[in-house]
Design a protein around this ligand. Structure first.
Ligand code: ADP
Length: 469
């Protein structure tokens, strides 16, 4: 059963049930009320008649005042031995008591009887003089008016319940359709996206964005965006890795062919082969490291590391890279000891400094500084390069993410968009934080915080696995 049918069924039965319940309650209460009024009227009439009824000297009953009772009321006074002593009102069959059973009653009683097809309510009152039973008075009234009223009420309520039921059915159908129709369009759009594999599509929703369906659509669209970006970066990664793998392999193959042709080992060719193999090895190691980091299994040593010495070492090595292209400038420089894996931390500094050198055009500067406060070491790598566009900024720490411009660059030793992602994981695994600030045209600053190894404290050396962040 569809959700719509279930909702419709539930609400229609609920509301119809409520209407029927109140209808029955109204009918029963009206019926009781009218019966009570009738009984009260019969009892009052009986009392009035009894008040004006006396014994004659002969021991018979006699109504001493002319009775005036309503048109609809009849009174019979029966003596013992079924003798009709007095009567008034419109009784068609005088020979018979209105309620034969009522004549035998020892206490006043109301009963419903049928007299020649007419529904009558009869009140029978035994008449006593002292303890002596001398007869029974019966006061009766036709119930046609009450019965008609109740019949009309019943019909009215039945019609109202039916109309209500239909109204609930129609309005329920319309409102559930209105509520659920956006879900139908969500389903349609989701199906079309699956069929066409077009992740750039979004599900349109014109209703209130804050209602449940609006939020569902937003969440779905958000997921689509994530999925689209993920697949896009995977595609780029495949293309980039393919390119990165093919180029060194082509160089190696070319050099080997050259040596084979000349039948001797050429030093230059061998150096080039070694360089390309190193390059391939680095790429594969980076990929492996990221895979381990994402699985929460990054191998990590925990030893005291002097960040100042480490950074100077990297700067020394990077001077070759920077050559006369950019100026490497050392800013404020404190001594700072942290706890961690020296090789991994060195990798972070290399990635940041080499990015600065790589992306800063000729004549630019890369400033490196190391400061500390009571608890943390703060490494800053600032360049005067082109900056990172705001749309790239939230993604640069994602694996395989490369800015549009970087992807268009020719092969210049740039990586495949893994450097910052690796740096991010390494720093997170050292309980630190890496942030970026950048302005297009002005430059980029990377800030790395690491907890200091405070004097007197030791590294917990048995932690060898990184953790999932
Ligand atoms: P890669 O350098 O191999 O492309 P990274 O992960 O190191 O990958 O960097 C990701 C992206 O961030 C780069 O493609 C580039 O667009 C941008 N980026 C990183 N560092 C800088 C920088 N110093 N200046 C400008 N852009 C940068």
């Amino acid at each position: 059963m569809s959700l719509k049918t279930r909702l419709l069924f539930f609400y229609t039965s609920l509301t119809t049930g409520i209407v029927i319940f109140f209808g029955i309650a109204a009918y029963v209460m009206t019926s009781i009320n009218l019966s009570q009024q009738m009984d009260q009227m019969l009892a009052e009439t009986a009392k009035n008649v009894i008040d004006v009824t006396r014994f004659t000297n002969q021991g018979t009953l006699e109504v001493i005042v002319n009775l005036s009772v309503g048109d609809n009321v009849s009174v019979q006074v029966w003596g013992r031995n079924l003798r009709l002593l007095a009567y008034t009102g419109n009784i068609s069959n005088l020979e018979r008591p209105m309620d034969p059973l009522g004549l035998q009653t020892a206490a006043p009683i109301f009963r419903d009887v049928i007299i020649t097809n007419a529904h009558m309510r009869v009140y029978s009152v035994p008449l006593l003089v002292g303890d002596r039973f001398i007869g029974t008075m019966q006061v009766g009234s036709n119930m046609a008016v009450i019965d008609n009223t109740l019949d009309e009420l019943f019909q009215g309520l039945t019609v109202a319940a039916l109309v209500g039921f239909l109204a609930f059915l129609v309005s329920g159908y319309l409102s559930t359709s209105a509520i659920l129709s956006p879900l139908e369009s969500v389903r349609q759009a989701a199906l079309e996206i699956t069929q066409t594999s077009d992740l750039s599509r979004r599900i349109p929703y014109e209703g209130n964005q804050q209602d449940e369906v609006g939020q569902l659509v937003q969440a779905f669209n958000l997921n689509l965006s994530r999925l689209e970006r993920l697949i896009e970066t995977q595609k780029r990664f495949l293309a980039d890795v393919g390119h990165e793998l093919r180029t060194p392999l082509t160089v190696i193959k070319g050099n080997v062919a050259l040596m084979r042709r000349f039948g001797e080992l050429d030093d230059e060719s061998l150096t080039s082969i070694v360089q390309e193999v190193d390059r391939l090895t680095r790429l594969v190691e980076d990929l492996l490291l990221l895979a381990q980091a994402e699985a929460g299994k990054m191998p990590m040593a925990r030893q005291p590391v002097d960040m100042d010495a480490l950074i100077l070492e990297v700067l020394q090595e990077s001077r070759v890279l920077a050559r006369e292209k950019v100026k490497l400038i050392v800013g404020d420089f404190d001594q700072a000891r942290v706890c961690g894996d020296r090789d991994r931390l060195k990798q972070v500094v290399i990635n940041l400094v080499s990015n600065g050198v790589k992306y800063t055009p000729k004549g630019g500067e890369v400033h490196v500084s190391l400061e500390k406060n009571d608890e943390q070491a703060l490494l800053t790598v600032r360049d005067t390069g082109p900056g990172i566009p705001p749309e790239d900024l939230p993604h640069i720490f994602e694996r395989f993410y490369r800015g549009e411009k970087s992807r268009k660059r020719s092969r210049d030793g740039s990586g495949v968009g893994l450097g910052l992602s690796i740096a991010y994981w390494i720093i997170r695994n050292h309980d630190g934080e890496i942030k970026v600030q950048s302005e297009v045209g002005k430059g980029t600053t990377f800030l790395v915080n690491l907890p200091l190894l405070l004097p007197g404290k030791e590294c917990i050396s048995d932690v060898s696995l990184g953790r999932q962040v």
